[in-house]
Design a protein around this ligand. Structure first.
Ligand SMILES: NC(=O)c1ccc[n+]([C@@H]2O[C@H](COP(=O)([O-])OP(=O)(O)OC[C@H]3O[C@@H](n4cnc5c(N)ncnc54)[C@H](O)[C@@H]3O)[C@@H](O)[C@H]2O)c1
Length: 337
Protein backbone atom coordinates (compact mmCIF):
# COMPACT_ATOMS: atom_id res chain seq x y z
CA UNK A 1 0.00 0.00 0.00
CA UNK A 2 1.50 3.37 -1.05
CA UNK A 3 1.72 5.99 1.70
CA UNK A 4 1.17 9.63 0.80
CA UNK A 5 2.80 12.04 3.19
CA UNK A 6 -0.24 14.34 3.41
CA UNK A 7 -2.56 11.51 4.57
CA UNK A 8 -3.16 10.42 8.17
CA UNK A 9 -1.20 7.16 8.39
CA UNK A 10 0.21 5.05 11.21
CA UNK A 11 3.84 4.06 10.91
CA UNK A 12 5.92 1.82 13.19
CA UNK A 13 9.68 2.52 13.37
CA UNK A 14 11.76 -0.19 15.04
CA UNK A 15 15.09 0.75 16.67
CA UNK A 16 13.63 4.14 17.58
CA UNK A 17 16.23 4.95 20.25
CA UNK A 18 19.01 4.66 17.63
CA UNK A 19 20.87 7.39 15.78
CA UNK A 20 19.32 7.03 12.32
CA UNK A 21 15.76 6.76 13.63
CA UNK A 22 16.03 10.13 15.37
CA UNK A 23 16.39 11.68 11.89
CA UNK A 24 13.48 9.59 10.58
CA UNK A 25 11.21 10.68 13.42
CA UNK A 26 12.16 14.36 13.07
CA UNK A 27 11.77 14.30 9.28
CA UNK A 28 8.35 12.60 9.35
CA UNK A 29 6.96 14.75 12.15
CA UNK A 30 7.99 17.81 10.10
CA UNK A 31 7.05 16.67 6.59
CA UNK A 32 4.09 14.29 6.90
CA UNK A 33 0.77 13.87 8.68
CA UNK A 34 1.76 10.42 9.94
CA UNK A 35 1.42 9.22 13.50
CA UNK A 36 4.53 7.35 14.60
CA UNK A 37 4.88 4.44 16.99
CA UNK A 38 8.50 3.84 17.94
CA UNK A 39 9.83 0.51 19.19
CA UNK A 40 12.90 0.42 21.44
CA UNK A 41 14.18 -2.33 23.67
CA UNK A 42 14.27 -1.83 27.42
CA UNK A 43 18.08 -1.87 27.53
CA UNK A 44 17.94 1.32 25.43
CA UNK A 45 15.69 3.36 27.72
CA UNK A 46 18.57 5.79 28.40
CA UNK A 47 19.17 6.32 24.68
CA UNK A 48 15.63 7.65 24.27
CA UNK A 49 17.04 11.03 25.39
CA UNK A 50 18.52 11.33 21.91
CA UNK A 51 14.93 11.52 20.65
CA UNK A 52 13.39 13.57 23.42
CA UNK A 53 16.18 16.20 23.26
CA UNK A 54 14.97 17.14 19.79
CA UNK A 55 12.92 20.36 19.60
CA UNK A 56 10.86 18.97 16.70
CA UNK A 57 9.98 15.87 18.72
CA UNK A 58 9.05 17.96 21.77
CA UNK A 59 6.76 20.17 19.68
CA UNK A 60 5.00 17.22 17.99
CA UNK A 61 4.90 14.65 20.74
CA UNK A 62 1.14 14.16 20.38
CA UNK A 63 1.95 12.28 17.12
CA UNK A 64 4.62 10.05 18.66
CA UNK A 65 4.08 7.00 20.90
CA UNK A 66 6.48 4.23 21.78
CA UNK A 67 6.60 0.66 23.04
CA UNK A 68 9.43 -1.42 24.46
CA UNK A 69 10.26 -4.81 23.00
CA UNK A 70 13.34 -6.90 22.17
CA UNK A 71 12.88 -8.23 18.64
CA UNK A 72 14.84 -11.38 19.39
CA UNK A 73 11.40 -12.54 20.53
CA UNK A 74 7.92 -12.49 18.99
CA UNK A 75 5.90 -9.36 19.75
CA UNK A 76 3.42 -10.27 22.52
CA UNK A 77 -0.32 -9.49 22.48
CA UNK A 78 -0.16 -6.60 24.97
CA UNK A 79 2.52 -4.84 22.86
CA UNK A 80 0.60 -5.52 19.65
CA UNK A 81 -2.45 -3.89 21.25
CA UNK A 82 -0.44 -0.84 22.23
CA UNK A 83 0.93 -0.52 18.68
CA UNK A 84 -2.56 -0.64 17.14
CA UNK A 85 -3.36 -0.42 13.42
CA UNK A 86 -0.49 0.16 10.96
CA UNK A 87 -0.03 1.31 7.37
CA UNK A 88 3.74 0.83 7.31
CA UNK A 89 6.65 -0.65 9.24
CA UNK A 90 10.16 0.77 8.87
CA UNK A 91 12.54 -1.85 10.22
CA UNK A 92 15.64 0.02 11.46
CA UNK A 93 16.45 -2.02 14.58
CA UNK A 94 19.86 -3.69 14.25
CA UNK A 95 22.92 -4.31 16.30
CA UNK A 96 25.25 -2.14 14.23
CA UNK A 97 28.84 -2.11 15.48
CA UNK A 98 31.25 -3.94 13.14
CA UNK A 99 34.08 -4.45 15.68
CA UNK A 100 31.72 -5.90 18.29
CA UNK A 101 30.28 -8.26 15.65
CA UNK A 102 33.77 -9.64 15.05
CA UNK A 103 34.06 -10.48 18.78
CA UNK A 104 30.44 -11.58 19.38
CA UNK A 105 28.99 -12.84 16.06
CA UNK A 106 26.15 -14.81 17.68
CA UNK A 107 24.64 -11.64 19.23
CA UNK A 108 24.44 -10.11 15.76
CA UNK A 109 22.67 -13.12 14.27
CA UNK A 110 20.24 -13.05 17.19
CA UNK A 111 19.52 -9.31 16.97
CA UNK A 112 19.57 -8.85 13.22
CA UNK A 113 18.40 -12.17 11.76
CA UNK A 114 15.99 -13.27 14.51
CA UNK A 115 15.03 -9.59 14.85
CA UNK A 116 14.06 -9.52 11.17
CA UNK A 117 11.98 -12.71 11.53
CA UNK A 118 10.07 -11.21 14.48
CA UNK A 119 9.36 -8.00 12.54
CA UNK A 120 8.32 -9.95 9.43
CA UNK A 121 6.14 -12.40 11.38
CA UNK A 122 4.42 -9.37 12.93
CA UNK A 123 3.79 -8.09 9.39
CA UNK A 124 2.60 -11.48 8.07
CA UNK A 125 0.28 -12.37 10.95
CA UNK A 126 -1.09 -9.01 12.07
CA UNK A 127 -0.54 -6.33 9.37
CA UNK A 128 -0.44 -8.17 6.01
CA UNK A 129 -1.55 -5.06 4.09
CA UNK A 130 1.09 -2.75 5.53
CA UNK A 131 4.17 -1.66 3.53
CA UNK A 132 7.45 -2.88 5.05
CA UNK A 133 10.82 -1.16 4.58
CA UNK A 134 13.65 -3.63 5.16
CA UNK A 135 16.55 -1.26 5.85
CA UNK A 136 19.90 -2.68 4.72
CA UNK A 137 23.40 -1.39 4.14
CA UNK A 138 26.07 -1.15 1.41
CA UNK A 139 28.24 -3.36 3.64
CA UNK A 140 26.27 -6.42 2.47
CA UNK A 141 28.05 -6.19 -0.91
CA UNK A 142 31.49 -6.02 0.70
CA UNK A 143 34.44 -4.01 -0.55
CA UNK A 144 33.95 -2.41 -3.97
CA UNK A 145 36.80 -2.03 -6.47
CA UNK A 146 37.73 1.57 -7.40
CA UNK A 147 35.30 3.02 -9.90
CA UNK A 148 32.70 0.23 -9.52
CA UNK A 149 29.37 0.83 -7.83
CA UNK A 150 27.18 -2.21 -7.12
CA UNK A 151 23.68 -2.40 -8.54
CA UNK A 152 20.84 -3.59 -6.31
CA UNK A 153 20.91 -7.25 -7.37
CA UNK A 154 24.69 -7.70 -7.65
CA UNK A 155 26.22 -10.55 -5.63
CA UNK A 156 26.75 -10.19 -1.88
CA UNK A 157 30.13 -10.65 -0.20
CA UNK A 158 29.89 -9.60 3.48
CA UNK A 159 33.30 -9.06 5.12
CA UNK A 160 32.25 -9.47 8.76
CA UNK A 161 29.42 -10.96 10.88
CA UNK A 162 27.53 -7.63 11.08
CA UNK A 163 27.32 -7.39 7.28
CA UNK A 164 26.41 -11.09 7.05
CA UNK A 165 23.60 -10.63 9.58
CA UNK A 166 22.28 -7.68 7.54
CA UNK A 167 22.39 -9.92 4.45
CA UNK A 168 20.35 -12.46 6.47
CA UNK A 169 17.81 -9.72 7.26
CA UNK A 170 17.50 -8.78 3.57
CA UNK A 171 17.31 -12.44 2.46
CA UNK A 172 14.37 -12.93 4.83
CA UNK A 173 12.65 -9.85 3.39
CA UNK A 174 13.03 -11.31 -0.11
CA UNK A 175 11.68 -14.69 1.06
CA UNK A 176 8.67 -13.15 2.84
CA UNK A 177 7.78 -11.26 -0.33
CA UNK A 178 8.25 -14.33 -2.55
CA UNK A 179 6.48 -16.76 -0.20
CA UNK A 180 3.62 -14.68 1.17
CA UNK A 181 3.33 -11.88 -1.40
CA UNK A 182 3.85 -9.21 1.26
CA UNK A 183 4.54 -5.56 0.35
CA UNK A 184 8.24 -5.49 1.26
CA UNK A 185 10.85 -3.08 -0.14
CA UNK A 186 14.54 -3.70 0.52
CA UNK A 187 17.01 -0.83 0.73
CA UNK A 188 20.81 -0.61 0.80
CA UNK A 189 22.07 2.63 2.31
CA UNK A 190 25.57 4.09 2.43
CA UNK A 191 27.35 5.71 5.42
CA UNK A 192 25.04 8.02 7.35
CA UNK A 193 26.20 10.92 9.49
CA UNK A 194 24.30 13.60 11.42
CA UNK A 195 23.45 15.06 14.79
CA UNK A 196 23.36 12.64 17.72
CA UNK A 197 25.51 9.79 16.37
CA UNK A 198 27.33 7.50 18.83
CA UNK A 199 30.94 8.50 19.51
CA UNK A 200 32.33 5.20 18.23
CA UNK A 201 31.38 6.17 14.63
CA UNK A 202 33.82 8.07 12.35
CA UNK A 203 32.37 11.62 12.26
CA UNK A 204 31.71 12.05 16.03
CA UNK A 205 34.99 10.26 16.78
CA UNK A 206 36.96 12.74 14.67
CA UNK A 207 35.06 15.65 16.27
CA UNK A 208 35.91 14.31 19.73
CA UNK A 209 39.60 13.82 18.96
CA UNK A 210 39.98 17.24 17.32
CA UNK A 211 38.20 18.95 20.24
CA UNK A 212 40.53 17.21 22.72
CA UNK A 213 43.68 17.68 20.58
CA UNK A 214 44.17 13.89 20.35
CA UNK A 215 45.64 11.82 17.50
CA UNK A 216 43.23 10.37 14.91
CA UNK A 217 44.03 6.96 13.42
CA UNK A 218 43.51 6.72 9.66
CA UNK A 219 43.51 3.15 8.37
CA UNK A 220 45.49 2.95 5.15
CA UNK A 221 47.85 0.84 3.07
CA UNK A 222 51.50 1.52 3.89
CA UNK A 223 54.56 0.44 1.91
CA UNK A 224 57.56 -1.27 3.55
CA UNK A 225 59.04 2.17 4.44
CA UNK A 226 55.81 3.25 6.13
CA UNK A 227 54.74 5.63 3.33
CA UNK A 228 51.01 5.94 2.64
CA UNK A 229 50.09 4.10 -0.59
CA UNK A 230 46.33 4.11 -0.28
CA UNK A 231 43.61 5.38 2.05
CA UNK A 232 40.06 4.00 2.37
CA UNK A 233 37.06 6.02 1.18
CA UNK A 234 33.41 6.34 2.13
CA UNK A 235 30.33 7.85 0.51
CA UNK A 236 28.40 10.05 2.96
CA UNK A 237 24.81 11.08 3.35
CA UNK A 238 23.03 12.96 6.10
CA UNK A 239 20.42 11.12 8.22
CA UNK A 240 17.69 13.38 6.87
CA UNK A 241 18.46 12.28 3.30
CA UNK A 242 18.14 8.62 4.30
CA UNK A 243 14.80 9.42 6.00
CA UNK A 244 13.59 11.30 2.93
CA UNK A 245 14.58 8.44 0.59
CA UNK A 246 12.49 6.01 2.66
CA UNK A 247 9.57 8.49 2.80
CA UNK A 248 9.75 8.69 -1.02
CA UNK A 249 9.86 4.90 -1.34
CA UNK A 250 6.85 4.49 0.94
CA UNK A 251 4.88 6.55 -1.59
CA UNK A 252 6.51 5.66 -4.93
CA UNK A 253 8.45 2.40 -4.41
CA UNK A 254 7.40 -0.84 -6.11
CA UNK A 255 6.41 -3.87 -3.99
CA UNK A 256 9.18 -6.47 -3.75
CA UNK A 257 11.82 -4.16 -5.26
CA UNK A 258 15.33 -3.25 -4.08
CA UNK A 259 16.72 0.28 -3.92
CA UNK A 260 20.20 1.68 -3.29
CA UNK A 261 20.29 4.92 -1.28
CA UNK A 262 23.61 6.47 -2.20
CA UNK A 263 25.77 9.08 -0.51
CA UNK A 264 26.14 12.56 -1.98
CA UNK A 265 29.91 12.44 -2.08
CA UNK A 266 32.81 9.96 -1.92
CA UNK A 267 35.77 11.14 0.17
CA UNK A 268 39.02 9.62 1.36
CA UNK A 269 38.79 9.14 5.12
CA UNK A 270 41.68 11.56 5.80
CA UNK A 271 40.06 14.21 3.57
CA UNK A 272 36.76 13.83 5.48
CA UNK A 273 38.64 14.17 8.80
CA UNK A 274 40.35 17.37 7.58
CA UNK A 275 37.00 18.78 6.44
CA UNK A 276 35.55 18.18 9.92
CA UNK A 277 38.55 19.83 11.59
CA UNK A 278 38.12 22.75 9.17
CA UNK A 279 34.53 23.29 10.34
CA UNK A 280 35.65 23.08 13.97
CA UNK A 281 38.47 25.56 13.27
CA UNK A 282 41.15 23.54 15.11
CA UNK A 283 44.30 21.72 13.92
CA UNK A 284 44.16 17.99 13.23
CA UNK A 285 46.73 15.35 14.19
CA UNK A 286 46.49 12.18 12.04
CA UNK A 287 48.38 8.92 12.24
CA UNK A 288 48.27 6.53 9.28
CA UNK A 289 48.10 2.86 10.33
CA UNK A 290 48.14 -0.17 8.02
CA UNK A 291 44.59 -1.60 7.92
CA UNK A 292 45.61 -5.09 6.83
CA UNK A 293 47.39 -5.53 10.15
CA UNK A 294 44.98 -3.66 12.43
CA UNK A 295 41.44 -4.03 11.04
CA UNK A 296 40.36 -7.47 9.90
CA UNK A 297 36.83 -7.49 8.48
CA UNK A 298 36.92 -3.83 7.43
CA UNK A 299 36.38 -2.76 3.83
CA UNK A 300 38.53 -0.22 2.02
CA UNK A 301 35.71 1.14 -0.10
CA UNK A 302 31.98 0.75 -0.61
CA UNK A 303 30.24 1.63 -3.85
CA UNK A 304 26.54 1.61 -4.77
CA UNK A 305 24.85 2.74 -7.97
CA UNK A 306 21.98 5.15 -7.19
CA UNK A 307 20.47 5.28 -10.70
CA UNK A 308 17.31 3.31 -9.86
CA UNK A 309 16.10 5.61 -7.07
CA UNK A 310 17.07 8.69 -9.08
CA UNK A 311 15.06 7.44 -12.07
CA UNK A 312 12.10 6.88 -9.73
CA UNK A 313 12.29 10.65 -9.14
CA UNK A 314 13.94 11.00 -5.71
CA UNK A 315 16.04 14.12 -5.12
CA UNK A 316 17.94 14.35 -1.80
CA UNK A 317 16.78 17.42 0.17
CA UNK A 318 19.96 18.15 2.14
CA UNK A 319 23.30 19.40 0.82
CA UNK A 320 26.41 17.54 2.04
CA UNK A 321 28.63 20.50 3.01
CA UNK A 322 25.86 22.42 4.79
CA UNK A 323 24.66 19.37 6.70
CA UNK A 324 28.22 18.44 7.72
CA UNK A 325 28.82 21.96 9.00
CA UNK A 326 25.52 21.88 10.94
CA UNK A 327 26.37 18.48 12.41
CA UNK A 328 29.79 19.70 13.54
CA UNK A 329 28.31 22.85 15.13
CA UNK A 330 25.67 20.76 16.93
CA UNK A 331 28.25 18.33 18.31
CA UNK A 332 30.87 20.90 19.41
CA UNK A 333 28.20 22.88 21.31
CA UNK A 334 28.18 19.92 23.76
CA UNK A 335 31.84 20.64 24.57
CA UNK A 336 31.20 24.30 25.30
CA UNK A 337 28.44 23.73 27.85
N1 LIG B 1 24.65 4.45 10.58
C1 LIG B 1 24.91 4.15 9.31
O1 LIG B 1 25.84 4.68 8.70
C2 LIG B 1 24.05 3.14 8.57
C3 LIG B 1 24.22 2.97 7.19
C4 LIG B 1 23.41 2.06 6.52
C5 LIG B 1 22.44 1.34 7.21
N2 LIG B 1 22.32 1.51 8.56
C6 LIG B 1 21.27 0.75 9.25
O2 LIG B 1 20.42 1.70 9.87
C7 LIG B 1 19.81 1.13 11.02
C8 LIG B 1 20.01 2.04 12.22
O3 LIG B 1 21.41 2.20 12.44
P1 LIG B 1 21.99 3.21 13.52
O4 LIG B 1 23.29 3.72 13.00
O5 LIG B 1 20.95 4.15 13.94
O6 LIG B 1 22.33 2.20 14.69
P2 LIG B 1 22.04 2.35 16.25
O7 LIG B 1 22.84 1.27 16.88
O8 LIG B 1 22.24 3.75 16.69
O9 LIG B 1 20.49 2.02 16.35
C9 LIG B 1 19.95 0.74 16.17
C10 LIG B 1 18.92 0.49 17.27
O10 LIG B 1 18.36 -0.83 17.09
C11 LIG B 1 18.22 -1.41 18.38
N3 LIG B 1 18.18 -2.88 18.34
C12 LIG B 1 19.18 -3.73 18.00
N4 LIG B 1 18.79 -5.00 18.18
C13 LIG B 1 17.50 -4.96 18.64
C14 LIG B 1 16.57 -5.94 19.03
N5 LIG B 1 16.87 -7.24 19.02
N6 LIG B 1 15.34 -5.54 19.46
C15 LIG B 1 15.02 -4.22 19.49
N7 LIG B 1 15.89 -3.23 19.17
C16 LIG B 1 17.11 -3.61 18.74
C17 LIG B 1 19.46 -0.94 19.11
O11 LIG B 1 19.30 -1.11 20.48
C18 LIG B 1 19.56 0.52 18.66
O12 LIG B 1 18.83 1.38 19.50
C19 LIG B 1 20.44 -0.25 11.18
O13 LIG B 1 19.57 -1.18 10.59
C20 LIG B 1 21.73 -0.16 10.38
O14 LIG B 1 22.13 -1.42 9.91
C21 LIG B 1 23.08 2.40 9.25
Amino acid sequence: MELRKDEKKNVLITGVSGFVSRHFVEHYLTNTNWNIVGMARLSNVGDMDRLFDSKIVKENKDRLRWVYHDLKYDIPAHTREKIGGLDAIIHLASNSHVDRSITYPRQFVEDNVLGAVSALEFLRNYHPNARFINFGTDEIFGSAPDGYNYKERDRWNPSNPYSASKAGQIALGIAYHNTYGLDILNTYTMNIFGEGQDKEKFVPLVIDKVMKGEKITIHSKLDSDGNVEDVGTRFWLHGRNSADAVMYLLEHGVKGEHYNVVGDIELRNDVMAKKIAGYIGKPIDMQYVDFHKTRPGHDRRYGLDGTKLKELGWVPPVDFEKSLEKTVQYEIAKYNT
